[in-house]
Design a protein around this ligand. Sequence first.
Ligand SMILES: Cc1cc2nc3c(=O)[nH]c(=O)nc-3n(C[C@H](O)[C@H](O)[C@H](O)COP(=O)(O)OP(=O)(O)OC[C@H]3O[C@@H](n4cnc5c(N)ncnc54)[C@H](O)[C@@H]3O)c2cc1C
Length: 314
Amino acid sequence: MQKINFENKKAVSVNYLKGDKKFTVKANKEIILSAGSIGSPQILQTSGIGESSKLKNLGLEIVNDLKGVGKNLQDHLMFRPVYKVKNIKTLNKKINSVFGKLLIGLEYVFARRGPMTMGASQLCGFAKSDENRETPNLQFHIQPISTDKLGGANLHDFNAFTPTVANIRPTSRGEINIISSDSRDNPKIKMNYLSTEEDRKVAADGIKLIRKIVMETDEFKKYEPEEFRPGAHIQDGEEIVKACSHYAQTIFHPVGTCKMGNDNDAVVSDELKVHGINNLRVIDASIMPNITSGNTNAPTIMIAEKGADMILNS
Ligand SMILES: Cc1cc2nc3c(=O)[nH]c(=O)nc-3n(C[C@H](O)[C@H](O)[C@H](O)COP(=O)(O)OP(=O)(O)OC[C@H]3O[C@@H](n4cnc5c(N)ncnc54)[C@H](O)[C@@H]3O)c2cc1C
């Protein structure tokens, strides 16, 4: 989809491109925007809904000055510490050898099981970075592999595992801004991860908690764990954050860029209708005012179900 067209603040049709050819589809009732936390604010902005000063600079005609469009971007960032282990085989060595790969392939072909049937993580858990908190603010995803860069580097050539940890209640906020009026140009995504002191503290506390579990509990002793990354010599909180940031990774949970509410930064109402505009709703993860303290897919499906009810009842 390229953009939404309006007549006197009423959404009436959408333009979409097939190759370079432009088509317009008229709406009989209303238009539902569900392009996700990156795509939805991008389409609103290219359609003239957003912070007017920024949009005017790109030569766009302003339909509604809503400065919250694209703001309030939140995500879960995970740190990926790596622990070398002994007296147990992790998948690193198996996947790194041609013979190991062959065995993995055969196991899948003949038994339909093994590493090729694994999900992204084998173990998940929640914890509090500080016991005085009312609810957990850390999420662990644990994998029997380790690498320098997910998807971009070989696995390490030693036995190791990766107990990742993410702050699931981040206070840092990023933003999405279009760079041109052409929806085919990717918008600028500024994540601003770890930009608050609180987020850096929680991130460091998450690593300290993992250290406690892996290095100090009896359960792990027989595996003789050794912290390969960030490295046990790094003790200062800010230094831990700095070291772990080189290997940090999104868990792909962007939300919040068309947030629901009634304050100055809100984009949609509690009926998911875009403020100041008729016949236009946003229904996707972008409407979350705050990120959920866990994975975002099921909550997005709930938003969609609730939105569908609202459409049917309107
Ligand atoms: C790699 C990855 C792994 C994930 N793993 C998990 C997980 O394990 N558990 C979990 O709970 N969540 C997971 N998530 C997050 C989850 O997928 C999202 O929270 C959820 O899909 C958000 O739904 P949405 O409808 O807001 O956006 P999306 O699912 O992103 O849907 C938006 C759609 O709009 C389309 N679109 C965007 N712009 C345009 C345009 N201009 N024109 C036409 N179409 C457009 C996109 O192609 C997309 O199909 C993962 C995400 C990723 C990327």
